[in-house]
Unconditional design. Sequence first.
Length: 177
Amino acid sequence: MDPSRELPDLMRSLPIDRHRGLPIPAVTARHPDGQPDFSTVDGREALRLASEGRCGICGNPLDSQIAFLGGPGAVAARAYHDPPMHESCAEASTILCPHLSRRDMRRVTDRRSTGVLPRNSAEEKPDRWVMWICRGFAAYVIDGMPLFRPAPYLRLRTFTYTDGGHLHETPDTSPRP
Ligand SMILES: [Zn+2]
């Protein structure tokens, strides 16, 4: 697959990781040598972008509708570690991000990064990902880590793994708010 075909226009200005050929999200942490650490969100950058009303993936100003992406636990707790983003950027992440798009791809936590949160460090990889689409959020810092509380959702979009281990969107069966 040519990842550039799946790239929303908003993400086209992002730097491309030369090893993977993938755009580097705005909140992706960096190793001291400048290489991206795709396993880790830079918490300070996530908070900074969110406080400026910018997307955690592409860095551009958010729309009136904001998307969060996480597992069922995030939905139940209404709390996300990953920052707010455009719906189109969240959708692209379900296709481009190896950790999301492939069930069997394990995210390796890299200890060279400090002061940042390994994504989903508190839980095994979820069997589904839920996109929470809403119109606002609050940001907190808990134990030095950012935590985002989205406004009540307008829509939920659910993504599950096929038998082959690829993530795809399933029809929304969630109750309406
Ligand atoms: Zn974006």
